[in-house]
Design a protein around this ligand. Structure first.
Ligand code: ZN
Length: 449
């Protein structure tokens, strides 16, 4: 089976390489903003009745760029042409997302018109698709166009082995900076052996429901609570402390009195906070990878809830926001790992009240605030941990539907309580039309770079 996978490595660049990395990412941002400015100008001209072409796709943007770069960026030759291409590519995608969203061809949250990338707000990144992109045999260096040999912070062993064995091919490399640290992410095409049947892995079989919690990484319908990995707990405590510190450290008011000048202490705390965020994300990712591998190899069917992640990110509470980010990652990992290991992922659409339903008798509570950690049923007297109850409902749902009507699709509009089950498809506006889908057999999907 051919799958696309990402391998990410932290880099230890020399000061000179750091400048080159920053220069390339800056060039990417420059090309993006340049292209966006051009598109806006042309749109205005079009509106004014002029007969002009609006460059909307990567090839047309590239043509315009090549024509204008000597004037717009006389220094363009300092960076690989891939840097500018990377920015124009991002712009073309953003434009397409916007027009698709406007025309109703794109599910999920409405996408706004692309905005200029600010120096501070935007994430520094640049993608290389051609040129010298390699992992060196010493397993501690990578080669990137223009940058040459850059030392990696950790060993590239896993990827190097696959490349040596000829079972992997690098498609692209993306450099990025987060929390003061540079890293490279390789998008790799990998030939994976599919374990043929449950015998190939230690499979317990059956169905498991997974509820992603705030206090735990996840709670399973089996009652197993997967605790947060220790580095994560530690990093989260530090994050909370720094957040408090940041609130306390503010600069003096500017002379005009309208804003505050950032103090040195505030800036320092902000840098530390960025590093702490990166550490939390890494620790969580490690924990989630272990969990999702275990789930995909141990069970035949894994049931998770399809939360409206785009909407939840707006929730301001830190703990919740962090859990939501973890949830999105968990689902993404499960989507491709179930494919690898031959199990099935079922996502339950978000109208199903998994937390508010009693897993003993099926009575649905009208309200259950997030602060209430224990589910207590007035009807049958069941008392269970909130997340465990939710996970049990998710598992029971699939068992119920599959046992009732055979394995293939079934329209779930039957009862009031009975929810729709959505497959890999994004949440539909109309909850009643969704059907049970087996996503484990969907096309291979790896974590995109
Ligand atoms: Zn009950």
């Amino acid at each position: 089976m051919l799958v696309t996978q990402a391998y990410r490595y932290a880099l230890d660049p020399t000061p000179r390489q750091q400048r080159a990395l920053a220069s390339h990412c800056g060039a990417t941002r420059f090309a993006y903003n340049w292209g966006l400015d051009l598109v806006k100008q042309r749109l205005d001209q079009l509106q004014a009745g002029l007969d002009v072409q609006v460059p909307w796709t990567l090839p047309t943007l590239r043509t315009e760029w090549n024509r204008a770069k000597h004037q717009a960026a006389p220094w363009w030759a300092e960076n690989s042409k891939e840097a500018y291409n990377s920015g124009l590519d991002a712009l073309a995608r953003a434009l397409k997302n916007w027009s698709d969203s406007k025309a109703g061809r794109r599910a999920g949250r409405r996408v706004g018109f692309p905005r200029f990338k600010g120096k501070r707000r935007s994430r520094l990144a640049c993608r290389f698709t051609t040129g010298a992109i390699r992992v060196e045999p010493d397993r501690h260096h990578v080669v990137l166009p223009r940058m040459g040999h850059i030392r990696t912070h950790e060993s590239t062993r896993k990827l190097a082995r696959r490349l040596d064995a000829g079972t992997a091919r690098i498609l692209s490399a993306t450099i990025s900076q987060a929390g003061g640290r540079w890293s490279v992410s390789f998008t790799v095409e990998v030939h994976r052996a599919v374990p043929d049947g449950p015998s190939a892995v230690q499979r317990r079989g059956g169905t498991v429901g997974v509820d992603v919690g705030v206090r735990h990484l996840a709670v399973l319908s089996t009652g197993e609570a997967i605790t947060n990995p220790r580095p994560l707990d530690h990093a989260q405590r530090r994050l909370r402390r720094l957040n408090r510190q940041l609130a306390g450290r503010r600069g003096p008011r500017a002379p005009d009195g309208t804003r505050r000048v950032p103090s040195r202490g505030w800036q320092q705390t902000r840098r530390r906070l960025a590093r702490a965020h990166a550490r939390v994300a890494n620790a969580r990712s490690d924990g989630l990878h272990k969990l999702t591998s275990q789930l995909a190899t141990s069970y035949d069917t894994v049931v998770v809830e399809q939360l409206h992640v785009a909407g939840m990110v707006r929730n301001r509470r830190l703990a919740r926001a962090v859990a939501d980010a973890g949830f999105a990652e968990l689902r993404q990992q499960l989507a491709y790992k179930t494919t690898w290991y031959g199990s099935v992922l079922v996502t339950v659409d978000r109208w199903y009240p998994s937390s508010k339903t009693c897993s003993g008798c099926g009575v649905v509570k009208a309200k259950l605030p997030l602060s209430v950690r224990v589910f207590a049923c007035e009807a049958c007297g069941l008392v269970a941990d909130r997340d465990h109850n939710a996970a049990r409902n998710l598992a029971a749902l699939v068992n119920h539907l599959v046992a009732g009507s055979g394995p293939e699709t079934r329209n779930a509009r039957g009862g009031d309580v009975r929810p729709g089950l959505a497959g890999q498809t994004p949440p539909k506006r109309e909850p009643r039309t969704s059907t049970l889908g087996k996503t484990g057999t969907a096309e291979p999907q790896g974590p995109a770079a």
